[in-house]
Structure formats: C-alpha cells, structure tokens
Design a protein around this ligand. Structure first.
Ligand code: TYM
Length: 337
C-alpha cells in the first residue's frame, strides 16, 4: 500500500479539510505496515492556478506544514514535503499533458466553478491543474488517495490518464502506472459552510463565520458554532428527519465525525432537543479536540528552522521515490536521456 495525498496551502486548515481528509491521513499513517508508506504534500504549485500574493503563499505554506504536523502527521513516519522542492511533479505533468484529452479537462467541475463566468480570463494553470494532480499521485505509484468528495473527479481523471498511458505506451503485463483508488471518509466527505448548508466549507469563502479553522481559539470556535445557521425545529430522533434540513444535517455530521459516532447515534442522544443545547455540546466537543492541535500548532509555527528541515528532508525522500517512475515515463515516451 502506498498512500499519497495533498492540500493547497491557501489560508488556514478548516474543519472540512480536517474531517474530510487530514484525519484520514493520520489514521492511514498510523495503520501502515512494513514496506508501506504515506507521502503527504503541500500543493504549492497548484496554488499558482489562482491569483496569489507571493509573500502570502510562502507564509501559508509554512503555516500549513506546521498545521499538518500539529494534526498528527509525523515527519519521521510519513514523507511530508512541498511540491516546489520536487521538480518531478511539473516534469511529470508535462509528460502526461500529451495523454490527457481536452474533453476530459473540459468536464472538470472545479474548473467550471473556479473560472466562473470569466472563462477566457482564467489561467491556463487552472485548466491543466488536474493533470498536475494526476502527476502528483502517479509519480509515486500511489495505491490509495484519501480525499474529500470534491476531489473524486480529479482522481477519476488520474485513473483515465494512467489507463490511456499504460495502453498507449506500455504493455499490459508491465504497466508504467498504478491505478490509484480514492479513499473517502464515510460520513464527513462533504462538510458544508456554517452559513449556508448548500455550499461546501471552503478556504475561499469570504466569511470567516462560514468555517471553523484549526487555529481558532476556544472563544472563536464557540462563537462560530453558536452563530451557525439552523432552523427553528428541534432535532429529529432519526437521520431521515434531517432530509431537506441541510444546515442541521451538517452540524450533526460534524458532531458525529468528531465523536466517531453515527448520525443516528448522535440523534438518539439529542433528538427532540433544540439547537441551543446541541450547539453548546458541539462547541465543547470541538474545543476539546482542537485545543491540543491548536497548542502544538502555535509552538511549531514560530519555529522556521524546524519547518525548513522537515520540508527539506521530506523533499529529498520524495525526489528519490519519484525518480524511477519519472525515468520509466521518459523512456516509454521515446525520449532520449
Ligand atoms: P484542497 O486543498 O482544496 O483540500 C484538501 C483536502 O480537503 C478536502 N476538503 C473537504 N472535505 C470535506 N468537506 C469539505 N468542505 C472539504 N474541503 C476540502 C479535499 O477534498 C481534499 O482532500 N487539488 C487538491 C489538492 C491536491 C491533491 C493532489 C489531493 C493536489 N494534488 C493529489 C490529492 C492528491 C485540493 O485543492 O484540495
């Protein structure tokens, strides 16, 4: 088993990233056996697909590295690095650009969402971004990729690219690429905004109140949960009662994921009660879990030297892991080396 996943270093980690992906990263890291490995990276090259401020990108990259370690990613056991220190990523992207089809990229919903009405003004990087994401995982022969639901389409594209490349340039018994499987957390694959149950919780939402960030202090967490949008009905005692109540469902989902319970178990405890009590319990649960993460984050984020060392060591390992597949790809394409 080889696990590979990434996160963009744009702004702070929030509950959606944490419950939808990072917690799964830590669980997979802790379950690795002999000869198995996890590679986790900061997708700083992906961040170039949207307008960005260079100083802010640098700050966010280091901050995200500190946040991942604070969440439990152990750089001694997992390979933790940023893409920009591993040139094999953009190299592999170029090699795969010849295999990816325009039609496939045209179907990517994230490009449609992020380019909005101004398609002509979107960067070329935003359009070819999923090819870089395919390169990220195929480079390492990833078998499993833990992601939230919004990234599933990109993973399917990686599988399509790998399948076509293997078919066009390799033989069936000696494929160049392994087909990666997405791994989604069952309940928390899609954590929604606290202000609008129809929108996913996202770093790019202009409202701070729409998300709980992993670096929020206890008072801020409680304030955000208390102000979270709900409806006037009490909580139902079974999950069916949450249909068409997106905001209520989201809060119960967050509670269930944080407490490692099912939605029904949470409702059997809180069904019939109003949101006042439930929000208090949810706020306390979040504060209890995020408190230690927050403390570790504050300690680490001031330690630039340690962060630089962690990323440099991780990148060195990543480069050597990537080398054989990159070389095999060049050769399969008939490029003289
Ligand atoms: P990014 O940085 O937007 O998000 C990182 C991870 O968090 C998950 N996630 C969520 N899960 C549930 N609910 C939400 N509201 C929510 N918001 C974010 C995402 O699904 C993701 O797993 N393109 C990727 C980064 C990337 C990558 C890769 C991932 C680059 N290369 C290779 C996997 C493999 C991205 O922008 O994720």
């Amino acid at each position: 088993m080889r696990v590979v996943s990434g996160i963009q270093p744009t702004g702070n980690l929030h509950l959606g990233n944490y419950l939808g992906a990072i917690r799964n990263w830590v669980a997979m890291q802790d379950a690795m056996g002999d000869g198995e490995e996890c590679l986790f990276f900061l997708a700083d090259l992906h961040a170039l697909s949207m307008p960005h401020d260079p100083a802010e990108l640098k700050r966010a990259t280091l901050e995200m590295a500190a946040a991942l370690v604070a969440c439990g990613i152990d750089p001694e056991r997992s390979i933790l690095f940023n893409q920009a220190q591993v040139p094999a990523h953009p190299e592999m992207q170029w090699l795969l650009n010849g295999t990816a089809r325009m039609g496939w990229l045209n179907r990517m919903t994230q490009f449609k969402d992020k380019s909005g009405k101004n398609r002509e003004g979107a960067s070329a990087a935003l359009f070819t971004y999923p090819v870089l994401q395919a390169a990220d995982v195929l480079l390492y022969q990833a078998t499993h990729v833990p992601v939230g639901e919004d990234q599933k389409q990109h993973l399917e594209l990686a599988r399509d690219i790998a399948t076509k490349f293997n078919h066009d340039f390799a033989s069936e018994d000696a494929p160049v690429f392994t087909l990666p499987e997405p791994i989604q957390p069952p309940a928390a694959a899609r954590i929604m905004s606290l202000r609008d149950g129809g929108k996913k919780m996202s770093k790019s939402d202009p409202s701070d109140m729409s998300r709980v960030e992993l670096v929020d202090d206890a008072d801020t967490i409680m304030k955000k949960i208390k102000k979270a949008k709900t409806d006037p009905e009490p909580l139902p005692s079974e999950a069916e009662g949450l249909e068409d109540r997106a905001e209520a469902l989201n809060l119960v989902t967050i509670y269930a994921a944080m407490a490692d319970k099912s939605v029904d178990e949470v409702l059997s405890e809180y069904g019939g009660q109003g949101f006042g009590q439930f929000k208090l319990a949810l706020g306390e649960l979040l504060i209890e879990t995020l408190g230690p993460i927050n403390a570790r984050f504050r300690e680490l984020s001031g330690d630039r030297e340690s962060l630089d060392t962690i990323l440099a060591k991780g990148a060195e390992k990543a480069r050597s892991h990537a080398a054989p597949t990159l070389e095999a790809t060049y050769r399969a394409l008939g490029l003289v080396r």
